[in-house]
Design a protein around this ligand. Structure first.
Ligand SMILES: *[C@@H]1O[C@H](CO)[C@@H](O)[C@H](O)[C@H]1NC(C)=O
Ligand SMILES: *[C@@H]1O[C@H](CO)[C@@H](O)[C@H](O)[C@H]1NC(C)=O
Ligand SMILES: *[C@@H]1O[C@H](CO)[C@@H](O)[C@H](O)[C@H]1NC(C)=O
Ligand SMILES: *[C@@H]1O[C@H](CO)[C@@H](O)[C@H](O)[C@H]1NC(C)=O
Ligand SMILES: *[C@@H]1O[C@H](CO)[C@@H](O)[C@H](O)[C@H]1NC(C)=O
Ligand SMILES: *[C@@H]1O[C@H](CO)[C@@H](O)[C@H](O)[C@H]1NC(C)=O
Ligand SMILES: *[C@@H]1O[C@H](CO)[C@@H](O)[C@H](O)[C@H]1NC(C)=O
Ligand SMILES: *[C@@H]1O[C@H](CO)[C@@H](O)[C@H](O)[C@H]1NC(C)=O
Ligand SMILES: *[C@@H]1O[C@H](CO)[C@@H](O)[C@H](O)[C@H]1NC(C)=O
Ligand SMILES: *[C@@H]1O[C@H](CO)[C@@H](O)[C@H](O)[C@H]1NC(C)=O
Ligand SMILES: *[C@@H]1O[C@H](CO)[C@@H](O)[C@H](O)[C@H]1NC(C)=O
Length: 597
């Protein structure tokens, strides 16, 4: 959320321009830009650059490519843990230069050839064989293979064990290789927390005295919170926590130390007591490495610290392209135990550079705008190369994009998916989780039209979760009574242990109506873990819908004991659920038990 539209605008704008040591890199002299684009009437459109294009595709004249990816499930392990696991992916793609050539054939013992559908995998470290001739299906992802963590100690290079993975076709003629870097850290002794990322399902796990040393899965749900509210009413943090939010993200008022140190220490101590997780924001200071060095040691002993946050819309501000990565490396050198995040505001602007400095990517797509085609603030057209409408290259209600008229929340879905798709285009081995920033604020006289209603506030969060968001941090608390009440009810459901476990530790799957409905806009995802299933259903339209029959992804097993955790009830019919008609912006969170396990 850009500062110029917040409540504290003026003072902050001045402070933040102080730390911005150099002019943005891509604007012509005197031209103000957002997402690299000119947005003033007095300036004209130019191509801002930085647009990530999809990779070249093989048109069929050359073989497909297989890439063997082998990486540890967690971005680090801790001494004392016994078992780790590798995640293996064997995607086959027509993307150019994706991996090694893949011919779908292997020669048998005799003269015959067979399809190459199983890769034979070996993994070793030094002379020690960890995995021997294990068959892995070709073109799959997320195969988990356990290994003894003691083996990671075999290489000494700064706590990183480098494992060599070699895969081949059964006849040994097609070969693929990868290296897996397993990081093993000492246990902390200063009382601070450790937070790590699960590369299999995208969740964040935390361990500290607050969790009695166990790894706990967290689905972060909370708000960016005004520092004047926090610092004036530190006691109300109890109320904040009671509303069901498990994460708080204080917005720094400015200055090179970000927060008043004494007050911040008190704040952290209360968060420790409440087990309220903290996202530590360095938006004004992340380009100043010596300021980072000053700030971080003060936080280390607090178990409530969950993660760092550097650039606040660095792409919007056109912060230096190397800034986020320089800060990232510096933070890791001081504290390797917590992930670093940042929020991107632009649709597609130097994604690779800015996200190279992040473990977690947030998107703040504010789609409840006055217009996606004409800026009410700057009186210009908004398009791919020009203008600022408050939601970069969004199309909500734009008749030139009929799908976005039918589905006015589609910008959120699209943006969340793009943040994952760009990573695939870049061929990233490990996927960085995407978190969402719902529009739970309102600024009069700006791009945004009004407060979200209760129903909209919930849709803004659940659509993101259905499309892979692993955390929800709304802008901005305090919010309206209606949004506060809606998000409280939602937070209380999402924070339930059983719901968190399913959303964080299982992989969500899209669920389609059955029989397939032409252009059904019902947005449904399901998470299956053991004998439990969670289904999240969103009707993202203002007009009522027709309802549907949904076939559950339970491999044909029946589901019983349905509970409605939030919203509307659906009819249970064994292997399906159904509903006749959905109300405007109707949502449901349902949990059931799978029979036959
Ligand atoms: C851009 O607009 C500003 C006023 O907002 C003006 O001073 C400047 O000359 C313009 N620059 C160009 C290149 O048009
Ligand atoms: C496919 O690409 C190759 C080289 O990139 C080119 O020579 C060939 O004409 C292309 N074939 C088709 C059908 O486009
Ligand atoms: C392979 O083919 C050759 C000639 O076609 C034949 O003589 C031989 O028996 C075949 N071997 C097997 C194992 O089928
Ligand atoms: C390889 O061929 C088999 C048999 O035709 C087919 O089932 C399989 O999908 C193919 N695999 C790939 C990755 O093309
Ligand atoms: C590989 O799997 C993906 C995802 O399931 C699928 O879309 C694609 O068609 C498969 N590729 C081949 C060559 O079979
Ligand atoms: C895997 O190891 C076995 C011996 O255990 C060896 O025969 C085979 O060639 C190895 N495969 C690869 C791809 O290195
Ligand atoms: C703190 O809160 C009180 C009561 O709500 C208010 O009167 C006061 O102005 C606030 N102080 C600051 C510094 O915001
Ligand atoms: C950078 O941080 C240091 C404190 O470590 C501070 O003294 C300095 O003024 C800061 N620089 C800027 C440009 O804010
Ligand atoms: C980062 O980029 C800026 C230009 O934006 C350049 O002046 C600076 O030297 C770079 N810093 C490093 C460490 O590469
Ligand atoms: C889109 O249209 C709906 C229904 O008219 C309205 O409530 C919503 O505010 C509009 N959104 C935008 C971004 O114009
Ligand atoms: C965006 O609008 C400006 C001003 O109307 C125009 O000059 C420019 O060509 C447009 N850009 C695109 C990509 O259509």
């Amino acid at each position: 959320m850009r500062i110029k539209h917040t409540f504290f605008s003026f003072a902050l704008l001045k402070l933040s321009s102080l730390v911005r040591c150099e002019p943005p890199f891509n604007n012509p002299p005197g031209v103000d830009v957002w997402c690299g684009k000119a947005y003033r009437e007095t300036n004209s459109s130019f191509d801002p650059g930085g647009w990530l294009e999809p990779p070249a595709r093989n048109n069929g004249s050359r073989p497909l490519q297989l890439r063997l990816n082998v990486y540890p499930r967690y971005n680090f392990y801790v001494e004392g843990e016994k078992q780790g696991s590798f995640i293996v992916d064997t995607r086959v793609s027509d993307q150019e230069q994706y991996g090694g050539s893949y011919m779908n054939e292997t020669h048998g013992d005799g003269n015959g050839t067979a399809a190459f559908t199983k890769l034979v995998l070996n993994i070793s470290i030094g002379d020690t064989v960890v995995v021997d001739n294990l068959q892995i299906p070709v073109n799959t992802t997320g195969i988990e293979i356990p290994f003894d963590l003691d083996l990671a100690k075999l290489t000494d290079a700064d706590g990183t064990g480098v494992f060599l993975a070699r895969g081949s076709s059964p006849d040994g003629k097609q070969l693929y290789e990868d290296l897996a870097h397993v990081v093993l850290f000492p246990e902390r002794s200063d009382g601070g927390s450790m937070a790590r990322l699960d590369r299999l399902n995208g969740g964040i796990h935390v361990s500290s005295s607050l969790t009695n040393g166990a790894w706990k899965s967290v689905l972060p749900m909370g708000f960016y919170t005004r520092w004047d509210w926090i610092s004036n009413e530190t006691k109300s943090l109890q109320q904040y926590k009671d509303r069901g939010y498990n994460l708080i993200h204080p917005v720094p008022p400015g200055g090179w130390a970000s927060f008043d140190t004494g007050t911040f220490e008190k704040f952290l101590t209360i968060c420790d007591e409440l087990e309220l997780y903290v996202m530590y924001d360095m938006r004004h200071t992340y380009l100043n490495l010596s300021s980072i060095s000053y700030q971080l040691p003060r936080l280390q002993s607090h178990p409530s610290l969950l993660l760092y946050y550097t650039g606040d819309e660095p792409d919007g501000w056109t912060d230096p392209l190397n800034g986020t990565l320089l800060a990232y490396k510096h933070i890791k050198s001081i504290d390797p135990y917590h992930p670093t995040s940042l929020v991107l505001n632009c649709y597609n602007f130097y994604f690779e550079d800015y996200t190279s400095g992040a473990d977690i990517i947030l998107e703040d797509t504010y789609n409840l705008i006055k217009s996606s085609t004409f800026s009410p603030v700057y009186n210009t057209v908004c398009n791919r190369t020009y203008g600022d409408c408050g939601c970069d290259f969004c199309h909500a209600n734009d008749t030139a994009y009929p799908m976005f008229v039918e589905r006015p929340f589609e910008d959120i879905v699209e943006r969340t998916r793009k943040m994952y798709q760009y990573q695939r285009w870049l061929g990233q081995k490990e996927t960085k989780p995407v978190w969402g920033v719902p529009q739970w604020f309102y600024d009069a006289d700006s791009f945004w039209s009004r407060w979200a209603t209760r129903e909209e506030a919930v849709v803004l969060a659940l659509l993101r979760i259905n499309h892979g968001a692993m955390g929800i941090v709304g802008w901005l608390f305090p919010t309206s009574p209606e949004v506060e009440s809606a998000t409280t009810d939602l937070a209380k459901v999402l924070a339930r242990d059983d719901v968190t476990r399913l959303l964080v530790d299982c992989t969500g799957q899209r669920v389609m109506p059955e029989p397939p409905l032409e252009d059904s806009n019902l947005d449904v995802a399901a998470w299956v873990g053991g004998d439990e299933i969670l289904v999240v259903i969103v009707w993202p339209q203002y007009e009522p819908g027709d309802g549907a029959i949904l076939k559950l992804p339970t491999g044909g097993k029946r589901v019983t004991d349905w509970e409605v955790l939030y919203g509307a009830k659906w009819m249970a019919n064994g292997r399906t659920i159904s509903k006749e008609g959905t109300a405007s912006l109707e949502v449901s969170i349902l949990k059931g038990r799978i029979r036959g396990y």
